[in-house]
Design a protein around this ligand. Structure first.
Ligand SMILES: NC(=O)CC[C@H](N)C(=O)O
Length: 456
């Protein structure tokens, strides 16, 4: 039965097909950039390929292409293996209605090898699944919430592209941070998000205008790890789709303009037992096990930082005083620290303030679990609690200033190799090295031309 939140069990799906409501099923797999990739199927094809467990065939280059859809030469997909197929097998627990496409259902798929029942290890969803399994075998579950910020331009995406995303009119002309008057002006659109997302299986907590001109923040309810990562992707997809239907362009770039604050994706994480008891709080403060988990986050923030800052642009957001997590320390409700402890008892949780809105949540959550489990396995002591302004303390370690530094730290991270496995570690390194190469030797920027064309 559909329980009114947009989620569909097979019986509710068949009912909507029989009464002529649903005739299309979107089958999508998360790609390395954190996008939904896949196909729209007729109901008959979905029954024969999706529901049967056979899977929908798609090229393995979905896991090895850059944002321009240029296939990279990686072991999972290359000329040598003919960019062979993988099978996208629906995870039927994710089947839901698409409120703004009432004739459609959507399901998230896992990627399997075409000739066996093996999951594709380098698929982002498999990578997170492996960490969830590792936590489960230690008797632990994690709950997450992604807190996404984004910019809204009052321009349709086709025109925005034609203008090369320069000097776009934003939805606000002055700082609207927390101001209800500004949010009243945007409400015609933001209300669509707040009301439609819960019908897409994504409960929303609140919306507010953010500090940047045209910047918004919409917060989601927390839930179990995989479900939250799926919701994160669907939410981002839904905002972009609703924006384009309303002739707006939404950007989840970490730092769209050097003159503006960046867009974050704070990650809230809490630790629970297998039988759903909160484990973070003990005797009026941080429990030993959560202390070790948090210490693991501090220890690996830089080594696994690539998973929190995956693009060339992510690093432009790492400036002091703009509320981005850059200085590696943990504080109680202290927004200058990369990690902030919030709540108490069952709501006690850690907020990682490093990630930008450009993260792939499957990678970022996988990194968080791997770092925390390592802290627990090594029985690390509770970290010292920082007080004061972390951006003014020169003794603190900082996030790297650019992608190449982060790639190097990730290459050197023993944990990245042991927790994600050699194949996935190598895949990620090759993937991000290709992105860096495309920037470093694939383009001459406006800045370089302005700086050097005549003057040097
Ligand atoms: N809400 C906030 O704390 C602002 C976060 C800030 N926009 C960032 O990029 O990190």
């Amino acid at each position: 039965m559909s329980n009114g939140n947009g989620m569909l069990d097979p019986a509710a799906f068949e009912e909507l097909v029989t009464d002529g409501t649903i005739d299309t099923v979107i089958c999508a797999v998360p790609d390395p950039h954190g996008r939904l990739m896949g196909k729209r199927l007729t109901v008959n094809s979905f029954r024969s390929l999706g529901l049967s467990g056979e899977g929908i065939h798609a090229s393995s280059y979905l896991f090895a292409s850059d944002l321009e859809m240029t296939p990279l030469d990686l072991p999972i997909s290359s000329g040598a293996n003919g960019w062979a197929d993988v099978r996208l097998v629906p995870d039927l627990g994710t089947l839901r209605r698409v409120p703004w496409e009432p004739y459609a259902a959507l399901v998230i798929c896992d990627a399997y090898a075409s000739d066996s029942d093996d999951l594709i290890e380098v698929s982002p969803r498999t990578m997170l699944r492996r960490q969830v399994e590792r936590a489960a075998s230690a008797g632990l579950t994690l709950k997450f919430a992604s807190e996404l910020e984004f910019y809204l331009a009052a321009q349709d995406p086709a025109t925005a592209l034609e203008r090369e995303y320069r000097d776009l009119p934003m939805t606000s002309g002055y700082r609207g941070d927390y101001q209800i008057l500004q949010s009243s002006r945007d409400e015609w659109f933001i209300r669509q998000i707040r009301t439609l997302m819960p019908q897409f299986g994504i409960p929303v907590e609140s919306s507010k205008t953010e500090w940047g001109l045209g910047q918004q923040e919409i917060t989601l309810d927390y839930c179990a790890t995989m479900e939250m990562a799926d919701r994160h992707l669907l939410f981002k997809h839904g905002i972009k789709d609703l924006a384009q239907r309303n002739k707006l362009t939404a950007s989840f770039m970490a730092k769209p303009s050097i003159d503006e604050v960046g867009s974050s994706c704070h990650l809230h994480v809490s630790l629970w037992s297998a039988d759903d008891q909160p484990l973070g709080w003990a005797d009026g403060g941080m429990s030993d096990i959560f202390g070790a988990f948090v210490a693991g986050q501090l220890d690996h923030a830089v080594g696994l930082g690539l998973m929190f800052a995956p693009t060339i642009n992510s690093y432009k957001r790492f400036v002091p005083d703009q509320f981005a997590g850059t200085a590696i320390c943990v504080g109680h409700d202290n927004r200058s620290c990369a990690f902030r402890l919030v709540g108490s008892e069952a709501s006690y949780r850690l907020e990682n303030r490093i990630p930008g809105a450009d993260i792939n949540p499957y990678y970022a959550y996988a990194a968080t679990i791997a770092a925390g489990l390592d802290g627990i396995e090594r029985n690390l002591p509770r970290p010292p609690i920082f007080s004061g302004n972390a951006w003014r303390d020169d003794s603190l370690e900082l996030m790297p200033a650019a992608l190449h530094g982060s790639i190097q730290h990730f290459a050197d991270s023993k944990l990245a190799r042991s927790a994600f496995g050699e194949e996935t570690h190598e895949h990620l390194l090759a993937f991000y090295r290709a992105e860096l190469g495309a920037f470093e030797s694939g383009t001459v920027t406006d800045w370089e031309r302005r700086r050097y064309f005549e003057r040097i």
